[in-house]
Design a protein around this ligand. Structure first.
Ligand code: NAG
Ligand code: NAG
Length: 452
């Protein structure tokens, strides 16, 4: 069925690339393995320096955080519509976007083309890609989802395209890889008696194919709306020019995580290519939802696409949920009825969690053990030192959200041209106080460089 093929495509790219190239799974990404992960603690001090201003433009400011090879761009955008956001983004980071986007596209195109014969997708679709190319297939995907999209998303992409002088269609196609960005990741939401001082904390460990090079272009984007149609302020944690949300926090104290599912059981529903791509469902929640209850009702009603595990924590209501997500079916879990119910995935009071995949006993249980070893005193610091690093989860990035005090802790993976360990969970974390970031004001005319 045509609506399913993208899923297969995605999963098979990841699988065949690891086998064909002879990399161990360990190097390629963190996959669900039977052996129990046992990493070493991450003892690097957390970098807490204030963001350094690089430049101001109309409707945007560019900062950098972190030191040495662990620097991350921090972009602030102001706008009355998506186009204003995108134009400022493309003006500030045009060079990085122009390097990254064609590179990441070429990487996937090569993966798909080389592995096409072996991809478990219908012959007719292989023929379609073989004859018409991947771009055509992604344009078909876009036509399926367009009716469910907020038009301001397309306007933002248009703004980036105009300011950075990058092909608009290329940018849209990359955002249509939505289902493709599904990754094996880990999540916890912890609150109340599980954490030190009763804080609401969330772990978002993003594990994916490090050869795509996402970790070389990390960008934190803080959106400051000047019109109610853009919702409230929120923060996306992504890569140059990518405006879908895989990881992020909102000014209403919600945190988002999504985890791709490769090992489901029959409690999941089916999938569809037509609907709102999950990267934009996550973005909608950060941009518009006030509480986790709003978020759950949005998820219930939206036309969903693929199978996922979604994690949402709420620093105002001091709670968190885990969502079993698919096109045809959705289930919400708290700390009492958490699924999958198995001896390797015990429930824990005031914690919801998922290690790497749905049916992934080794990672699920290791995450359970680490959470229990820190139980009652979980902090961002103890998560960095004793949870993600030991469970070995979060190669591309690890984000910890303190949703009580609105603070983000973020580490990005290394690459061949960066010193030190590769996986993000072993690298230096940067601390960013989002209360300060949301309070920043739009640069005035005299602060804008080369204003004329
Ligand atoms: C900046 O944003 C304002 C709306 O607040 C808009 O009218 C203006 O065109 C934008 N400037 C640029 C250069 O995009
Ligand atoms: C990590 O675990 C060790 C051993 O239990 C403990 O001594 C240390 O304080 C923990 N780190 C943090 C930051 O809590």
């Amino acid at each position: 069925m045509k609506l399913y093929w993208f899923t297969f495509l995605v999963l098979s790219i990841v699988k065949t690339s690891s086998a064909a190239r002879g990399f161990s799974f360990e190097n390629l990404g963190s996959f669900c393995k039977n052996d129990t992960p046992q990493g070493t603690p991450n003892l690097l001090p957390i970098e807490t320096g204030a963001p350094r201003l690089i430049r101001n433009v109309e409707n945007g400011s560019l900062y950098q955080i972190g030191v040495g090879d662990d620097q991350t761009w921090l972009v602030h955008l102001w706008g009355k519509n998506g186009y204003d956001y995108g134009f400022a983004y493309g003006t500030l980071l045009g060079e990085q976007i122009a390097q990254f986007m064609p590179k990441v596209y070429a990487y996937f195109e090569k993966e798909v083309t080389e592995k096409l014969e072996h991809l478990p997708i219908p012959e007719s679709l292989k023929e379609l890609i073989a004859k018409k190319g991947l771009a055509f297939a992604l344009d078909v995907q876009n036509s399926f989802v367009e009716p469910y999209m907020d038009e301001e998303i397309y306007n933002e992409i248009r703004g980036i395209s105009d300011a950075a002088n990058i092909d608009y269609k290329l940018l849209v196609r990359i955002h249509m890889f939505g289902e493709l960005t599904r990754a094996h990741c880990s999540y916890y939401g912890a609150w109340g008696k599980a954490t030190l001082g009763g804080k609401t904390l969330q772990l978002r460990a993003f594990d994916w194919d490090m050869h795509a090079g996402l970790q070389d272009y990390p960008v934190i984007t803080v959106y400051h709306p000047l019109s109610s149609k853009l919702g409230h302020a929120f923060t996306n944690i992504a890569w140059a020019g990518y405006i879908g949300v895989l990881s992020g926090m909102s000014s209403s104290l919600l945190g988002m995580t999504s985890i791709g599912v490769e090992l489901p059981d029959d409690t999941f529903g089916d999938e569809s290519m037509s609907g709102q791509p999950f990267i934009f469902v996550s973005r909608y929640i950060l941009q518009f939802s006030e509480t986790v209850d709003d978020a759950l009702s949005y998820i219930s009603n939206v036309r969903r696409t693929c199978r996922l595990i979604v994690g949402i924590a709420d620093g105002k209501l001091n709670t968190a949920r885990m969502i079993q997500y698919s096109h045809s079916k959705v289930s919400f879990f708290d700390d009492v009825n958490l699924q999958p119910a198995a001896e390797w995935h015990p429930t824990i009071p005031n914690i919801v969690y998922n290690g790497m995949d749905w049916l992934c006993p080794s990672y699920q249980y290791k995450l359970y053990e680490q959470l229990m070893s820190e139980y009652g005193k979980i902090t961002a610091e103890s998560t960095i030192e004793n949870i993600s690093a030991i469970v070995k989860t979060g190669d591309v990035h690890v984000a910890i959200y303190d949703l009580t005090d609105n603070i983000l802790y973020l580490a990005n993976g290394g690459s061949p041209n960066k010193q030190g360990p590769k996986p993000a969970y072993q690298r230096q974390f940067n601390k960013l106080d989002l209360k300060i970031e949301y309070a920043r004001s739009q640069p005035s005319i005299n602060e804008i460089e080369n204003f004329h």
